[in-house]
Design a protein around this ligand. Sequence first.
Ligand code: XMP
Length: 514
Amino acid sequence: MEKAGSKILIIDFGSQYTQLIARKIRESNIYCEIYPFNSPVEKIKAFGPDAIILSGGPASVYDKDAPLIPAEIFKLNVPFLGICYGMQIMASLAKGAVKPANNREYGHSKLKIIKETMLFKGCEKSSLVWMSHGDIIVKNPPGFAITAETENCAVAAFENPEKKMYGLQFHPEVVHTACGRKILDNFLFGIVKAKGGWKLEDFISRKTDEIKSMADGKKAICALSGGVDSTVAAVLANKAIKERLKCIFVDNGLLRESEAKSVMKYYKENLNLNVKLVNASGLFLKELKGVVKPENKRKIIGKLFIKIFEREAKNLKGVNFLVQGTLYPDVIESVRVFGASSIIKSHHNVGGLPKKLNLKLIEPLRDLFKDEVRIIGKNLGIPKEIIDRQPFPGPGLAIRIIGEVNKRRLDILKKADSIVTEEIKNAGLYDKIWQSFPVLVPVKTVGVMGDKRSYESVIAVRAVTSSDGMTADFAKLDYDILRVCSARIISEIKGINRVVYDITSKPPSTIEWE
Ligand code: XMP
């Protein structure tokens, strides 16, 4: 796709902050993409970047298998900004030296600017920056000027303007770096002289035209989940090809209380989508009977969903395209610096339909991050109830019912979910935390209710803060909110006599219990 304005390429060495760099650049209306460090040079050249940013990463440049890039990339004659590990790569390729630091720096450090430079234009002489490194540059490469230092890091920033190379040991993309925004903008506009052309406002008309010419009179289908991504993708496609788009919403019975009904209402009445509701709750419950292992539940739900969708798709004759809400983070090839990672959970979502459907893909959100999709969604007039909803896993409540999923246990969890959601909303926290939900635990404990002994099940409440779901911290909810949740769950739901709060972060736990 042709992008208006400048293009920045971020080469990823596995930093947890790489996507954050991309987000910050796009906030300045500059288009950027992320490529893994081992991308072929031809691919990098073909992208035609106006500047290259080398991300941080967990490796050390002196490691035997350290991820590096061919020196040829530096001959592209565009400005380079190396961040943390990226700076150390620059240093070592330019004949400097990197060694383990005596004092590692993690967290805030005080940066002192020691040389006036374009990169630091308008920044305070001394300010807090975010550091996260165990190595330091012990020998500054020839031709590079040191521009800033911290107490434990003599080369906290360097540059060689002649070679258009700039390096920062700290992370300008992280909010804790006071002058981070300014530094990135100085790089983009002062050094690269980038032209902003990446405007979300233009996105809707651009994409609608693109889908129109791609679908060219043909029909498309789309699986809706009730979530933001599939809804925004469908509404965009609907704008482009109108009645030639058919949507399918599979109610697997594992959704929240009245969710299928309310989502269908939004789809039809507010968004004018041509959507068919397939009620398959009985089928899902039947297949899940007696299943307790999380991975088995996930696989059964994923497979059954695909089976139903395929059947529906076949019934619609003459369909050529499948509209999917794939996002940019799903597209970025993940960088695995330290070996292959193990499968923690088999994710199921409506974005992962199989190739054997033999349909061409329309993925209008492939270039976007989640918060950009939310902005587009708002501009498209999609109701707040869909746009700002907390993430909900494809396998639904089944993975929040520990042990067997059956109608009785589903009903208990649905009621508990309504209470937790209502109380979190009442406290004004729904949009502030990543997720909040109850989990039904297959444990019975003794209680006393109305002077009588009870022996009932336990509900665990889980609420986490997170920026991307990859890591999370348990939310430090006010005790009063927890007290109200607990009291309401026990008094309003038969079969529960104890409520506990999950106080683990991710890692070591995951957000969902299964
Ligand atoms: P975990 O439990 O792995 O969850 O820490 C991270 C985030 O992913 C969501 N999640 C899923 N989303 N299909 C999805 O679309 C799935 O199978 C799935 N499993 C977990 C989870 O709710 C959290 O936001």
